[in-house]
Design a protein around this ligand. Structure first.
Ligand SMILES: CC(C)(COP(=O)(O)OP(=O)(O)OC[C@H]1O[C@@H](n2cnc3c(N)ncnc32)[C@H](O)[C@@H]1OP(=O)(O)O)[C@@H](O)C(=O)NCCC(=O)NCCS
Length: 172
């Protein structure tokens, strides 16, 4: 019997999606021509891999929270919230980074995952968030615009958008 497809949700990294995480991320690496070595390490000790990613951890010199977007045992993608910005992140990266793995793309998941991520940003006390995407990343631009992104000045090849989370117009 086929399992019903549960509405996907953002959760902390979890071992319950081990097989689909490894398969989905491997498909991404193959599609992008990047190394799969890090997945071999994850495969060797998935419990440790997951526990290193749960809770607040420091990356890009700022506190970050990593969420996985899952439906039952299916892993669809990752969303990372950076609680703060550095001068580098103001130019490229912003508060939120995300990807949907290749097998689940073009089904509206990134648009809904970012909407769920914005709820988490609000919970963390952020009043507005910066999102950036490469100028030629049409899919990501659409995801950001569908979630209320207001364009700011681009920096080099990076388009930049703000999303207000407090329902009030941006005071700047
Ligand atoms: C960008 C990404 C997250 C989009 O994920 P997704 O689940 O396919 O996105 P959605 O299904 O929600 O699609 C959002 C919109 O982009 C469009 N779209 C999706 N893939 C597209 C593509 N390859 N080319 C052009 N448009 C595309 C969809 O048709 C949809 O348009 P609509 O809102 O006008 O209907 C995914 O392609 C990805 O993970 N890419 C690699 C990592 C990345 O670029 N992350 C963002 C960094 S800023």
């Amino acid at each position: 019997m086929t399992e019903p497809f549960e509405p996907p949700r953002l959760v902390w990294p979890t071992t319950t999606v081990r097989e689909s995480f490894l398969a989905g991320e491997r498909a991404d690496c193959l599609a992008e021509g990047t190394s799969t070595e890090w997945l071999d390490t994850a495969d060797d000790d998935f419990d440790a891999f997951v526990s290193q990613r749960r809770g607040v951890h420091v990356r890009w010199s700022v506190p970050c929270t990593t969420f996985w977007y899952i439906s039952g045992r299916h892993y669809l993608g990752t969303l990372i919230i950076r609680h703060d910005l550095t001068p580098e992140l103001v130019e490229a990266g912003g508060h939120v980074g995300y990807h949907i793995v290749v097998p689940w793309r073009r089904q509206g998941h990134a648009t809904r995952m970012l909407a769920a991520g914005l709820v988490e940003c609000r919970r963390l006390g952020l009043n507005r968030v910066l999102l950036t995407c490469a100028h030629d990343n049409e899919a990501s631009r659409r995801v950001i615009l569908a979630n209320g992104g207001v364009p700011d000045r681009p920096v080099r090849r990076e388009d930049r958008f703000w999303i207000a989370l407090n329902g009030r117009p941006d005071p700047d």
